[in-house]
Design a protein around this ligand. Structure first.
Ligand code: HEC
Ligand code: HEC
Length: 324
């Protein structure tokens, strides 16, 4: 068991290491832009290649007479249900979305949303079964998604790369999500939020909600991928200042391990790992010391998380660039 745990941990470290290393190598190579051979161009032709290839859209969608998938909406002209090809249909859907939300949706906003958060709008008669194509196993990059969107625009409509490259407020939040997911190795931040609520919220607050054992994470995304991944994988070697662990032993032999929130003549106040506060009167303290080798944040966290959970929560953390 211990051995297995060690293996998972080492695997995670290697994964992150590889991933950081590769990211850095690419950045060094091209000055920040990812331009390796085989990278798709943002054009309908590039998008067509993705749609019928890596994007696996064809496994669920047909395009008019092309393709054999029947489970999901046809994205071309097809029967009474789909009189308009997606390039024109998106304009109709945008009007519907505008009515539903009161926000000024453009045709491109609708297309970005349909990929960024497919569950925001469900085509009548279909279930919430569209794949998150920027998460594993499909893991499309932002450019590949841009290309696919221009391909969809070209179906009976005008290609508008400008609109894709200059997102409105509405599509910007989806692009943020797609970029964050891609930066985190294709993690799915939507699922990452669920992981966070289950495994982290009891200690960390986000936008005013959650525990106060560890630091508020509302703005942690600005600290970058390397910092966040190390904070999760090796809490004890990456202490956040002000959150050092203290050990107090009282005269009855009871041991308290927590973060010191107050110390004065009357005694010491600690916040324990379970979120409870403990006050130990000065007269009851036998010994107080700082444990430099141990964070209250559990090292075993990574054992409880699968690799996918970890990537997903990382993607979610990278998106936290708000105020407290
Ligand atoms: C696992 C199946 C699946 C895959 C893979 C998939 N989709 Fe979908 N897609 C759906 C389903 C189901 C719906 C209808 C429910 C909804 O609206 O989310 C849908 C809806 C859509 C719509 C809205 C259609 C309309 O009538 O307005 C667009 C656009 C779309 N998908 C594009 C894509 C693209 C592009 C890809 C590939 C990058 C893709 N989908 C991959 C299942 C899939
Ligand atoms: C038992 C409480 C506890 C739990 C559960 C916990 N943490 Fe922490 N976390 C802490 C404490 C305490 C610190 C500060 C000490 C340190 O850096 O290790 C911290 C630090 C961090 C930091 C560094 C923050 C900064 O601003 O420097 C990140 C990122 C983080 N935790 C993420 C997570 C994630 C993600 C999870 C869930 C998968 C999680 N934590 C679960 C207690 C916890």
């Amino acid at each position: 068991m211990i051995q297995a745990i060690g293996k998972v941990f080492i695997f995670l470290l290697i994964l992150v290491g590889l991933f950081l290393g590769i990211g850095r190598a690419i950045t060094n190579m091209t000055g920040g832009e990812k331009k390796a051979a085989g990278v798709v161009t943002v054009s309908p032709e590039g998008g067509e290649t993705i749609f019928w290839g890596k994007g696996r859209c064809w496994t669920c969608h047909s395009m008019g007479d092309r393709g054999s998938a029947v489970r999901c909406p046809n994205l071309g002209v097809y029967g009474e249900k789909f009189p308009l090809p997606e390039g024109q249909r998106a304009a109709e859907r945008a009007k519907e979305r505008e009515k539903q939300t009161g926000l000024p949706y453009t045709r491109t906003d609708y297309l970005v949303e349909s990929i960024g958060n497919p569950s925001a709008y469900l085509v009548d008669g279909y279930k919430n079964e569209m794949a998150i194509v920027y998460a594993p196993p499909i893991s499309l990059t932002p450019d590949e998604i841009k290309a696919v969107i221009s391909y969809l625009q070209s179906q009976g409509g005008e290609v508008d790369i400008e609109a894709i490259n200059n997102p409105t407020e509405i599509s910007k939040k989806y692009w943020d999500k797609i970029h964050a997911a891609s930066a985190a190795g294709g993690g799915d931040p939507g699922h990452g939020e669920e992981v966070f609520q289950a495994a982290c919220l009891s200690c960390h607050a986000l936008k005013g909600e959650g525990g106060n054992v560890g630091p508020d994470l509302s703005n942690v995304g600005t600290k970058g991928l390397k910092y966040i991944s190390e904070a999760i994988l090796q809490p004890s070697t990456t202490f956040t200042p002000g959150y050092e662990t203290f050990v107090v032993i009282d005269k009855g032999g009871r041991k308290y391990v927590g973060i010191k929130t107050k110390e004065d003549a009357s005694g010491v106040e600690l916040i324990l790992g379970n979120g409870e506060a403990a006050t130990i009167a000065r007269g009851d303290i036998k010994e107080i010391s700082q444990d430099k080798n141990k964070s209250i944040m559990p090292e075993e966290l990574t054992e409880a998380l699968t690799v996918k959970d970890y990537q997903d929560v990382l993607a979610f953390m990278l998106m936290q660039k708000g105020k407290k």
